[in-house]
Write a protein that binds this ligand. Structure first.
Ligand code: HSE
Length: 381
């Protein structure tokens, strides 16, 4: 198989290194700074090269990735990408173009890093009806939460380490505020339900405001905080949200350490399946890109089915939340809170059951406030 790479950053460099071992020849590399013999800065050198069967894109961002994708797909090249933003924003357009051109569009590494979650979802979708899917989908935040919980490290040091290890996005607010997870949830919904939600319509709550006091409070109650993204299909429609969730130490989510992800889906007939592994990092993600390349001629069903449409999200289920809010806000929230305790300028308590969109509205208006859905009997997933 002869391919071209778009991008030679953390993941692209990993793909370049690993490709030869898999019998894949990298014919051209699109890169700004020349690091390889076959480098180019002109997409035409790739789109117009008849030797190239497939293109693997690891540039990130929407443009110029979208323009390059369209150009390569229209030139009859299979397109493999690790770019979740590209698929989240342009998945419908690119899937239609790929279908018209008779080529494959695959993006396993865009959700779950090194975990072959999306191909598993495709397989499950073909034989069962998927009811809901999601999990711990961001390596950076899991790494931060795990180090705060097990080692008592503060948020800023744990984030700096995650950046040094190459897990975080260039702008890590995408990780810690939950947007990276939200984008992955849109991909999951698109694959599982044939409906692509917009992240802008999704309730998204991150861990940017979590403090050592929160983690200590969870530890006293034998609870572990994880950032969860999930989507479900009910009779009313598709739901999707991202929020921190508290788990018992015996729940599967609590055993997900460092940058690992835990991806799950529930099939109507097959029940709950979980896949766990490295959700971020150079080589695991590169290996997933290469697995996509190697699968291109295997005659698999398309990752995005014909007729993919935008999803209008319906309201997600209400659940109680742990909250830490500034003291001045506790009085206003009195009717919503039980078991309020004091920690300096903060008040901690548990809310009545609330929908993610409702609690997000309250918490986002209070500087420094944090919330996490509280654990339910039997865990969350
Ligand atoms: N920044 C992402 C993460 C990379 O931490 O999970 C993998 O998508």
């Amino acid at each position: 198989m002869r391919i071209a790479l778009l991008g030679m950053g953390t993941v692209g460099g990993g793909v370049y290194e690993l490709a030869a071992k898999k019998g894949i020849e990298v014919v051209r590399v699109l890169e700004r700074v020349r690091r390889t013999e076959n480098a180019t800065t002109d997409i035409a050198d790739i789109a117009d090269d008849p030797r190239i069967e497939a293109v693997a894109e690891m540039l990130g961002g929407v443009e110029p990735a979208r323009e390059y994708a369209l150009r390569c797909i229209r030139a009859g090249k299979h397109f493999v990408t690790a770019n979740k933003l590209l698929i989240s924003r342009c998945g419908i357009e690119l899937a239609r173009e790929a279908q018209n051109a008779g080529v494959r569009l695959v993006f396993s590494a865009a959700c779950g890093g090194g975990i072959p979650f999306l191909p598993s979802l495709v397989r499950a979708r073909e034989s069962d009806r998927i009811v809901r899917a999601g999990g711990i989908l961001n390596g950076t935040t899991n790494y931060i939460l795990d180090r705060m919980q097990r080692e008592g490290v503060d948020f800023a040091s744990a984030l700096a380490d995650a950046q040094a290890l190459g897990y975080a996005e260039r702008d890590p607010s995408g990780d810690i505020d939950g947007w990276d997870t939200a984008r992955k949830v849109t991909l999951i919904a698109a694959v599982a339900f044939g409906a692509l939600p917009s992240e802008d319509e999704m309730p998204v709550m991150g861990i940017g405001n979590i403090r050592t006091e929160d983690v200590q409070a969870f530890k006293r109650r034998n609870l572990v905080c994880r950032l969860i993204g999930e989507t479900a299909k009910t009779e009313a429609g598709v739901t999707a949200c991202v929020r921190p969730v508290l788990f018992r130490v015996s729940d599967a989510e609590s055993a997900v350490l460092r940058n690992d992800n835990l991806c799950w889906y529930q099939g109507e007939q097959s029940g709950l399946f979980r896949l766990m592994g490295q959700g971020a990092g150079r080589y695991p993600t590169a290996a997933n890109v290469l697995a996509d390349v190697l699968s291109l001629n295997a005659g698999l069903p398309p990752m995005l089915e014909e007729g993919l449409k935008p999803a209008a999200l319906t309201r997600a289920a209400a659940e109680p939340y742990y909250v830490r809010v500034p003291g001045y806000a506790a009085e206003t929230l009195r009717t919503l809170l039980t078991g309020v305790s004091e920690a300096g300028e903060w008040r901690m308590g548990e809310t009545v059951p609330m929908e993610p969109a409702e609690i997000q509205k309250i918490i986002s208006a209070l500087p420094g406030a944090f919330c996490a859905a509280t654990v339910r009997e039997g865990g969350k997933s």
